[in-house]
Design a protein around this ligand. Structure first.
Ligand code: HEM
Length: 161
């Protein structure tokens, strides 16, 4: 990694590039599916982490959901995560880092006028570094049609520090 700004110390365990070893998706309105994903939380010396995620189809290899954004930390371990999604959405998620966990809830969501229905109305995601050094993520969302329900459950392993 580059230089790590001292304010990021509570998030040090998240820094790096991670690859899914298990990634599952589901929702009441769709068929369950699996996918592959690579995410990166990179430090370039600023008091924030630069984030990217790319996912692809496990057999066909075609790109699926893509995200990019910034994770900033504020005094008191408060964090804000601003993410742009390739399907026409931006989410501003806020929460805290506590030990080996990060918990985030959407504060604002904006959406391109002609983006696909249903509209996402709320997002929650939790990251946790488990006892095997793997990163676990669970994402839940609510849409204009469905109340808050789990959509994604992923286990990642770090392959670049
Ligand atoms: C479906 C949102 C991440 C794959 C959906 C739907 C929404 C959504 C709103 C439609 C649900 C419905 O019709 O009721 C999101 C949000 C994400 C996210 C907000 C991130 C914060 C991902 C990721 C993948 C993925 C990482 C990985 C490949 C799918 C698939 C479907 C789906 C395959 C069903 C097919 C489709 O409707 O296009 N997602 N998603 N999603 N999502 Fe996600």
């Amino acid at each position: 990694p580059g230089q790590i700004h001292e304010s990021l110390n509570p998030l040090k365990w998240l820094i790096g590039t991670w690859k899914s070893v298990s990634a599952k998706g589901a929702y009441p309105t769709i068929s369950p599916f699996t996918y592959c994903e690579e995410i990166s939380f990179e430090s370039i010396g600023q008091p924030m982490l630069n984030y990217t995620s790319k996912s692809w189809h496990p057999e066909k290899g075609n790109p699926m959901h893509l995200e990019s954004g910034y994770l900033r930390i504020f005094p008191g371990s408060k964090i804000s995560f601003m993410v742009a999604h390739n399907f026409g959405l931006t989410t501003l998620e806020e929460g805290t880092v506590q030990g080996n966990t990060v918990q985030l809830k959407s504060k604002q969501i904006s959406r391109m006028t002609h983006a696909k229905e249903p509209a996402v109305t709320e997002v929650q995601r939790d990251y946790k570094l488990n006892e095997n050094g793997q990163l676990e993520m669970v994402m839940c969302m609510a849409t204009s049609k469905t109340p808050m329900t789990e959509h994604l459950r992923v286990i990642y392993e770090k392959f670049v520090q």
